[in-house]
Structure formats: structure tokens, C-alpha cells
Design a protein around this ligand. Structure first.
Ligand code: COI
Length: 362
């Protein structure tokens, strides 16, 4: 039972029908936003106050708000999918809600109960129903819950006040080139997160720390950046905002183990399960970058891909680093990669039976 009730303050839409149809025809990623947003405040009394659905738009924040100075912020990413019968579903939302609590613990923010997290998704998607794309193509409504410290205070302390918001954005492919194989630049200079840091929390700081390396990757003509572990610069961690996988010729699917500096992706977990179901051996281990590239060169690693809610499953065709470049097989999209992608999106859009019970109706 949800304790919070997200009540609507208005039903007046911000965006007209024609404009919404134009946006939904080619939404891209993260550029367009819906009519409404959800909000709840954690007050200095130590509880969640009023929860509401209100018009999407800018809000006021004090220049002294803690989040602007010390980055005490967390977020999540999940999607709402419309099925052929018009019903709307989301994928494993309780895992995102639990990870949100894990991130909150690490960033000294309050817990939002799982039921309230899901209640906010339900309330916003009900208000923004026309924004959930039709199931043709591969568009969905990306849901972005976030929470930030909002006490007006410059001391370095955890904030007594936190604001929870949920916004929504119609989404097509995350990468501008769609599902074309990625070129990934491997940085030996920067790390995304270190031991004892915030790497396994979904907080803005981890993404901020990836941006310079991502800029350098773009300057090398690459689509993404791969980070190695901060201590030895030997083992693969993850990309700027997604987990990484490799498939071997002898039927194993490899992904870096959860060392504390890697985000435990919901897509990551689902792929391991789907891969195991089809007879691949899931292997979570530290992935030595030098071994990985020699296995690519020897043809023992035949496919690689990036995985996340936004990226879904996107093939990796080439790794580049100061020391050289390695083309994965023929540099194209691997057969198993595409087939896993088809199965995962098939479940999400209701085209493939949901045998693991991963879908929740909104
Ligand atoms: C997601 O996949 O939902 C993320 O939060 C990652 C970000 C690159 C969009």
C-alpha cells in the first residue's frame, strides 16, 4: 500500500495535440518533456509531506541550496511501454525503486518507499497518458525519478530537506546513430569511480566525472567512453552511462562483476537471465582489458555490447585506446546481441511472453 497520494493540481495540458504528435513522430532522447511532473518533499520533521502532480516546468531553488554546492543528488531511469491493446506497462520498477533506496543510503538522502516510487510512476503516466508512444517502432516514455538535497545551508552536512521529482520524456534510440555498432574509446587517464566511492549509486556525480573523458572520446571519433578500474587501470568497469558485455565463441557471456564501482543495471541483470535461459553461460568476473583485447584479436570474443535502460542493448563494433584499436569480429552487430535485444524489447512491448513476471501494469 502506497502511503503517498500524488494528487493532481490541474488537468490543463502544456503541449497541444499537433505539437505532441510531431514530437512523438521522432522524439530522439531526452529533449522533449511531457505536460506534468510529480513531486514530493521530505521535510525537516523527518517524513514525506504532500505529494502532487503539477504542470511540468521550471521551479525555484535557493542559490544556497545544498545540491548546487555539494551535489547531493540521485536519480533513476525506467520506461513506460504501450502494448498493442493500448495498455501501458513498465519493466521491473521495484528493482529501480530498491536501487533508488541504495543510492539514497550512499548519498545520505531519505528512503522513498518502493510503493510510493511506483505510485508516482502510476500517477504521472495516468496524467501523461497521451505521451506514451504507440508500440510501432521502438519508442517509449522514459521516466526519470530524481531526488536532491534542498536545504538552504552551506555547511557540509547531509540536508534535512529533500525534494523528489519525477519527469517524463518520450524516447527513441539513445544514440544518435540508433542501433549501429558503437566505437568505444578506452580512457587510461580518468576513472569513473573509485573504491569506497559512489560508483554503485546512481548519482549525478558519477556522470559528471565521466563527461571530460566522454568529450575526449568524441574528439577521437568515438561514440562512448569505457572506464577501467581506478586503482590499477587494468579491469573494465563500465561506459559513461551503461554496463558492458562480451560474448565468447565458446558460449559464455561476460560482464564485469559488481565490485562496488559499477552500477547494478536492471537491464544488466535481465540480460544475464535471458542469456542463461538460452544456454549461454553467464560469467560475472573482473574483465582484464589486455586479455579482452587479445581475445578479440584472436577471434575468441565474437560480440560486444552496451546495455542500459536508455541504451537498451547497443552493439559495440570497435574499441580504441592510445595503444591501438580492436574490431570486434567484423565490426558489425552480433547475431546473439541482436537476438537478445529482440527478446528483451519483445517482453517490454508485450510481443514475447513475460515468463519471468518482469512487467508491471501502470
Ligand atoms: C539509463 O539508462 O536510464 C540511464 O540513466 C543512463 C543515462 C545514460 C541516460
Amino acid at each position: 500500500m502506497s502511503a503517498l497520494t500524488f494528487t493532481s493540481t490541474t488537468t490543463t495540458r502544456r503541449v497541444g495535440d499537433d505539437e505532441r504528435a510531431r514530437i512523438l513522430a521522432a522524439p530522439g532522447f531526452g529533449r522533449h518533456f511531457t505536460d506534468f511532473m510529480a513531486r514530493a518533499r521530505w521535510t525537516a520533521e523527518g517524513s514525506w509531506g504532500e505529494a502532487e502532480i503539477l504542470p511540468y516546468g521550471p521551479f525555484e531553488i535557493s542559490p544556497a541550496s545544498a545540491v548546487l554546492h555539494y551535489g547531493q543528488e540521485i536519480f533513476e531511469g525506467l520506461k513506460a511501454f504501450r502494448h498493442a491493446d493500448g495498455s501501458i506497462w513498465t519493466f521491473r520498477p521495484e528493482r529501480n525503486a530498491e536501487r533508488f533506496q541504495h543510492s539514497a543510503d550512499r548519498l545520505a538522502l531519505p528512503h522513498l518507499p518502493v510503493e510510493d516510487f511506483v505510485a508516482s510512476l502510476r500517477a504521472l503516466v495516468a496524467a501523461d497518458e497521451p505521451w506514451v508512444p504507440q508500440p510501432e517502432g521502438e519508442t517509449s516514455l522514459y521516466l526519470r525519478p530524481f531526488m536532491f538535497a534542498n536545504e538552504e545551508f552551506l555547511g557540509v552536512n547531509s540536508s534535512a530537506i529533500a525534494d523528489y521529482y519525477l519527469i517524463a520524456s518520450p524516447a527513441g534510440a539513445y544514440f544518435p546513430r540508433g542501433v549501429q555498432p558503437l566505437v568505444v574509446w578506452v580512457t587510461d587517464e580518468y576513472a569513473r569511480a573509485g573504491a569506497g566511492g559512489t560508483g554503485d549509486a546512481k548519482c549525478g556525480g558519477n556522470y559528471a566525472s565521466s563527461l571530460l573523458a566522454k568529450k575526449q572520446a568524441a574528439a577521437q571519433g568515438a561514440d562512448e567512453v569505457m572506464f577501467l578500474d581506478s586503482e590499477s587501470h587494468t579491469f573494465v568497469d563500465e561506459l559513461s552511462g551503461m554496463n558492458v558485455f562480451a560474448i565468447t565463441k565458446d558460449g559464455r557471456i561476460l560482464t564485469p562483476s559488481l565490485t562496488g564501482s559499477i552500477l547494478e543495471g536492471v537491464t544488466r541483470n535481465s540480460i544475464l537471465r535471458l542469456a542463461e535461459d538460452r544456454g549461454l553461460e553467464p560469467v560475472e568476473q573482473r574483465l582484464d582489458f589486455a586479455e579482452l583485447t587479445s581475445q578479440i584479436a584472436a577471434g575468441e570474443i565474437t560480440e560486444m555490447f552496451a546495455a542500459g535502460t536508455a541504451a537498451v542493448i547497443t552493439p559495440i563494433g570497435e574499441l580504441r585506446a592510445h595503444g591501438g584499436s580492436w574490431t570486434v569480429a567484423d565490426g558489425g552487430s552480433g547475431e546473439t546481441t541482436l537476438s537478445l535485444r529482440e527478446e528483451l524489447t519483445g517482453i517490454q512491448y508485450g510481443r514475447v511472453p513475460d515468463r519471468h513476471g518482469w512487467l508491471t501494469r501502470l
